[in-house]
Design a protein around this ligand. Structure first.
Ligand code: FES
Ligand code: FES
Length: 212
């Protein structure tokens, strides 16, 4: 075989072996990526929540929202899923004394936290003053937004008591007061498609009076 032919074969062999290497490397990295994706898809965590005063241990997929953990794992279906995007407030619960949209936070982020849902505020026959005020003032029609509205309302009164200002609070140095304007502003993240807003505000002001 002439040196020229030898050179051609070597070049051809080199191209073939390079192509094979690329294919094998590509396949290997594809397998590695699939394994990584598979691991993350199946990864779960043990967490412990204190829900409505009771310790609850859960084994949850890391991607589970607090809302889904409450509804699907603990069967606390009082907390509603409206938009699932942080835009309606139907999923509002109280975590360590502060209201949050439970659809926007992962359950694993709340290991050890104290969670209060609508079921923990009161029950038929033993209603929380805010629940009683909503009933008295017809602060609902279909009721879908109501658990979120009530949890939010309870936290709003605590925020005012703690002198946490809202966008409409006139003074940052004086004690915040309960007014219709304050209530409407602070409750603006809780949407009611039935438009029961006036009655909701009346209920909150009544409950604030009851508390006082
Ligand atoms: Fe969470 Fe709408 S369901 S904000
Ligand atoms: Fe129907 Fe508020 S009562 S959405």
């Amino acid at each position: 075989m002439s040196p020229q032919n030898q050179l051609e074969i070597s070049r051809r062999d080199l191209l073939i072996s390079s192509a094979a290497t690329v294919a094998i490397t590509g396949a290997a990295s594809g397998v590695a990526a699939a394994q990584t994706a598979d691991r993350s898809m199946t990864h779960s965590s043990m967490i412990s929540l204190k829900v409505n005063g009771e310790s609850r241990d859960l084994d949850v997929d890391n991607r589970t929202t607090l809302l889904d953990a409450l509804r699907e794992h603990l069967n606390l279906t009082g907390t509603k899923k409206g938009c699932d995007h942080g835009q309606c407030g139907a999923c509002t619960v109280i975590v360590d004394g502060r209201r949050i949209n439970s659809c926007l936070t992962l359950a694993v982020m709340h290991d050890g936290d104290d969670v209060t849902t609508i079921e923990g505020l009161g029950r038929p026959g033993n209603l929380h003053p805010m629940q009683a005020a909503f009933v008295k003032h017809d602060g609902f029609q279909c009721g879908y937004c109501t658990p979120g509205q009530i949890c939010s309302s309870v936290a709003v009164l605590e925020e005012i008591k703690a002198n946490i200002p809202s966008h409409v609070t006139g003074s940052l140095t004086e004690q915040a007061t309960i007014s219709e304007t304050e209530i409407r502003e602070r409750m603006s993240g809780n949407i009611c498609r039935c438009g029961a807003y006036s009655n909701i505000v009346a209920a909150i002001i009544e409950a604030a009076g009851t508390r006082a």
